[in-house]
Design a protein around this ligand. Structure first.
Ligand code: AMP
Ligand code: MG
Length: 330
């Protein structure tokens, strides 16, 4: 249903079911240079033709994303990834272990690669991922080109895990949203660079560090230098709700809504518990959806209960720290 352009609050993008017809429509739109939001297992992505500088420029504009922050190119198979990037032993090992799935590998650009320079922010490396979500795979296959797809939110805002989140944030600047229900994992992919030296963790994400280290048989190298330079998406202020965040909170103050973990705040109307049973996977899946919900209540501040740093807790705490950081850095 197309809404009236006159209402400032009405999203304009058309939300359609992510069925065979919807996917075909989105694919045709992307092949013609347009943009469509689509579900993945991590968060909703904003897809454009990764081989087209013009289409990728539209993604940067729609998100108001700094052009120095390169995009992940999504492909349907390891074979398709090998056409774009050069995979040495450990990159291949990780790709075989975790694809399809929420792992992004940054590798040297392959000779003859088609992912455009704008998507790579001019770098001679390329970030590649094979997602596991059936709608994502079907869309990539239908477009028959790599899809540049950052999260479908304005740069610096909370990542979307439902079609409604996308419509509320980006509805005015994109044409089509494929609705495939809520994203199961709720956290962005883990980003690993496999460049001149050993694998480096650029961004913690939906696959925990220890799972990756178990496949490699050794610890991941820490990123040398400012993370912002190695992986420009690691800006201090990111994933920000409108409300301020107070981390490691032990109790709720009167002006606050609460993002709980394991029942610290007690059940109240303005509290969402990421996981009453302290399950980090459940907490990751709920993180962005609950931040969206609490933010919509309009509190001055959101208090966040302490969350363990092990396993997926590393990525959850990373996102919360960015959401709490002073604004303006992104
Ligand atoms: P996003 O699209 O915001 O989910 O994030 C993609 C992440 O991959 C960002 O942190 C980017 O900086 C990172 N990335 C993409 N391409 C490269 C690249 N060629 N080198 C280093 N980091 C990259
Ligand atoms: Mg993002």
């Amino acid at each position: 249903m197309k809404r009236e352009r006159s209402s400032a609050l009405s999203p304009l993008a058309r939300t359609i079911a992510a069925d065979v017809a919807g996917i075909a429509k989105a694919a045709a739109m992307i092949r013609a240079g347009g943009l469509a939001a689509f579900p993945t297992e991590t968060v909703y992505g904003l897809a454009g033709d990764a081989t087209s500088d013009a289409a990728v420029a539209r993604i940067f504009a729609a998100k108001a994303r700094p052009s120095f922050n390169p995009l992940i190119a999504h492909v349907a198979s390891l074979d398709a990834a090998l056409e774009q990037g050069t995979f040495r032993t450990e990159a291949l090992q990780l790709a075989k272990a975790f694809w399809p799935g929420p792992l992004t590998l940054v590798v040297p650009l392959a000779p003859g690669a088609t992912v455009c320079s704008t998507a790579r922010a001019g770098l001679d490396s390329v970030a590649l991922r094979v997602p596991v979500h059936p709608v994502a795979l079907a869309l990539i296959s239908a477009v028959r080109r790599p899809l540049a797809a950052p999260s479908a939110n304005r740069s610096g805002r909370i990542s979307p895990v439902t079609a409604a989140h996308v419509a509320a944030d980006l509805g005015n600047s994109i044409d089509l949203i494929l609705d495939g229900g809520q994203s199961a994992m709720g956290l962005e992919s883990t980003v690993i660079a496999c460049l001149e030296d050993g694998p480096r963790l650029l961004r913690p994400g939906a696959i925990a560090r220890r799972e990756i280290e178990a496949v490699l048989g050794h610890a991941l190298t820490e990123s040398a230098g400012p993370a912002a330079l190695r992986s420009p998406g690691m800006l201090a202020s990111h994933y920000a709700p409108r409300a301020k965040l107070r981390l490691e909170a032990k109790e709720l103050e009167s002006c606050e809504a609460g993002l709980d973990f394991g029942g610290v705040f007690g059940g109240r109307e303005n509290v969402r518990d990421l996981s009453a049973s302290r399950d980090l996977k459940e907490a990751a899946a709920n993180l962005f959806a609950f931040l969206h919900e609490l933010d919509a209540l309009g509190p001055a501040r959101i208090a966040v209960a302490p969350i363990p740093h092990e396993g997926l807790g590393e990525a959850i705490n990373d996102r919360l720290a960015r959401a709490a950081a002073p604004r303006g850095a992104s």
